[in-house]
Ligand binder design. Structure first.
Ligand SMILES: N[C@@H](CCC(=O)N[C@@H](CS)C(=O)NCC(=O)O)C(=O)O
Length: 284
């Protein structure tokens, strides 16, 4: 039996829910509210010492880290693999998942806290609660220095050191998607094949699309579609419309987000949009 420890605000958990749905795997859920600090419960930290979601248990086996979880599931259920079979395309897909884990995910954590979560935790937890919440974060968490970073993003918002760079880094991944969907070499500006690829790798839906979906959706939920709409990144716009039309999108990416959090992401994000647009030199 699969048990997934997850939360509606977690992009990594959304990735696993989406992959499991695409693979047709059933699971039971344990909901860990990471904005209330439930990830710091000592029993949960026995499963996941970094105090992050998701965690998957498969009978007695415990697997952490969303990409590793999806790779594990593909070994368990190879018939519904979400990885390309062609070795070169598999390597391409691996570049995407590696970049997401190393680069995009920490940038998303920063941007989400700066634009929305800081307002949610400040509103819901009160001064003492916020202090406890920030102190409880282990040094090695989302990143090896997440405790200090999260503290800075929560207290200072856009004025936290490095916040604007994280916005630009996030945006650079949308540009890489635009290039890949245009058939250009990853991140390249020239030399497209004009195929107008539907999907990120080999023009077939894969783990690369699953891995990027929660990060594009996070921006959409934060009222930031202006990062790709209005002609800025037309391939990304079409790709996301294709993703949103998939039957598993709403159930995995939208329905698990509680209504108050959905509202916070939308409203706090909308208030932060002028700052984001200024950093990215988007006219609004
Ligand atoms: N490398 C991990 C990262 C997991 C992670 O960063 N989870 C975030 C939510 S997406 C979390 O639980 N954060 C808790 C916190 O910020 O205290 C994975 O891919 O699963």
């Amino acid at each position: 039996m699969f048990t997934l420890y997850h939360h509606g605000s977690s992009v990594c958990a959304a990735k696993v829910r989406f992959a499991m749905a695409e693979k047709g795997l059933d699971w039971e859920g344990v909901y860990i509210d990471i904005l209330k600090g439930e990830q710091f419960n000592p029993d949960y930290m026995k499963l996941n010492p970094k105090a992050v979601v998701p965690t998957l248990t498969h009978d007695d086996t415990v697997i952490v880290d969303s990409t590793v979880i999806v790779e594990y599931l593909d070994q368990i259920a190879p018939d519904t693999s979400v990885h390309p079979t062609d070795p070169a395309q598999r390597a391409q897909a691996r570049y995407w998942t590696k970049a997401v884990d190393e680069d995009l995910h920490p940038a998303c954590g920063a941007v989400t806290f700066v634009c929305s979560h800081r307002h949610t935790v400040l509103k819901n937890l009160g001064a003492d609660g916020v202090k406890k919440f920030l102190e409880a974060t282990p040094a090695m968490s989302v990143t090896s220095n997440w405790k200090d970073l999260k503290d800075g993003y929560t207290r200072y918002g856009f004025d936290a050191p490095g916040a604007a760079e994280k916005v630009k880094l996030y945006d650079s991944y949308l540009a890489k998607m635009e290039a890949a969907l245009d058939g250009r070499p990853e991140g390249g500006l020239e030399g497209g094949n004009d195929r107008g690829n539907n999907w990120l790798v080999g023009n077939a839906f894969s783990i690369a699309d699953i891995a990027m979906t929660p990060y594009v959706n996070r921006l959409a939920m934060m009222s930031m579609r202006g990062m790709w709409e209005n002609g800025r990144l037309p391939n990304v716009e079409k790709w996301f419309a294709r993703i949103e039309a998939l039957p598993n999108f709403k159930t995995c990416l939208i329905d698990w987000v509680p209504e108050d959090l959905t509202n916070d992401l939308r409203d706090n994000g909308a208030q932060s949009w002028p700052d984001i647009a200024k950093i990215l030199e988007i006219e609004i």
